[in-house]
Design a protein around this ligand. Structure first.
Ligand SMILES: NC(=O)c1ccc[n+]([C@@H]2O[C@H](COP(=O)([O-])OP(=O)(O)OC[C@H]3O[C@@H](n4cnc5c(N)ncnc54)[C@H](O)[C@@H]3O)[C@@H](O)[C@H]2O)c1
Length: 247
């Protein structure tokens, strides 16, 4: 069955999970626009996937609002926003972490997600689009790992932002949900935890299904939450974690 392609805006689109998200929505027949920090990496992923790109820093609310206007002018009203951009490498214990690293994590993961949500929600309401927003959170927002608290605090806030936006935007027919992965098998993770390494085994021992999420697992959950199949689901943060939150 064919349907009208939706316009899907994916932030962090040049990253490991962003690329999988883009491929999954392209397979659905949708029109994808990737947003990420401007530069060669974004342009290369856009060219490789054959999709449009928009270079923005999501912490710059004015640039975000202008980019949302540009995307809708060029590609039509935005039907789905996937807030996937995030900082996930600034770690440290509560006694050691540099305040600047906490601040950067909070600005990108919380403020950036808020700025994108606000701009796209305003645009959807003005256009009368009964759209969907999917945030990429993390089970870390609900389960602590020593040294990862700044990141985890930011993802707990993303879950709260998801519920906040969901309850307010429901009246406009806009659904807001999140996907909360455990560790995802991206090139970055494979670099930090090579096959057979003690660090990798330690993580795997925490996961009942004994495997990391594949980026495609995360993308499939986002595609579902953005689809009419999830028409009565809003305000949830769906774990894609192999059962890690169970133990
Ligand atoms: N990889 C994992 O194990 C894992 C697990 C749970 C959740 N997540 C979440 O998934 C999302 C994607 O992670 P990933 O593994 O693909 O990481 P990644 O670093 O490959 O991708 C993140 C992307 O966000 C972009 N970005 C960062 N700051 C930005 C800013 N200010 N403005 C615009 N773009 C910006 C980066 O340029 C990058 O392309 C993140 O939100 C992350 O927290 C990842």
């Amino acid at each position: 069955m064919t349907r009208t392609p939706r316009c899907i805006l994916i932030t962090g689109g040049a990253g490991g999970i962003g690329r999988s998200l883009a491929q999954a929505f392209i397979r659905e027949g949708d029109l994808v626009v990737l947003a990420d920090l401007p530069g060669d990496r974004l342009d290369a992923v856009g060219a490789e996937l054959g999709v449009a790109v928009v270079g923005i820093d999501i912490t710059d609310a004015a640039a975000v609002a202008a980019a949302v206007d540009d995307v809708s002018a060029a590609h039509g009203p935005i039907d789905v926003l996937v807030n996937n951009a995030g900082i996930l490498h600034l770690h440290g214990t509560v006694t050691d972490l540099a305040v600047a690293d906490f601040d950067t994590t909070v600005r990108v993961n919380i403020l950036g997600t808020f700025a994108m949500t606000q701009a796209v929600a305003r645009h959807m309401i003005a256009a009368g689009t009964r759209g969907a927003i999917v945030n990429v959170s993390s089970i870390g927002g609900r389960q602590p790992t020593p040294g990862m608290g700044a990141y985890e605090s930011s993802k707990a806030a993303v879950d709260a932002l998801t519920r906040w936006a969901a309850v307010e935007l429901a009246a406009s027919g806009i659904r807001v949900n999140a996907v909360a992965p455990g560790p995802v098998d991206t090139p970055m993770l494979r670099e930090g935890m090579p096959e057979g390494s003690p660090a990798r085994e330690a993580w795997l021992s925490r996961i009942p299904l004994h495997q990391f999420a594949d980026p495609a697992h995360v993308a499939a959950a986002a595609v579902f939450l953005a689809s009419p199949l999830a028409a009565h689901i809003t305000g949830v943060s769906l774990p894609v974690d192999g059962g890690q939150l169970l133990v």
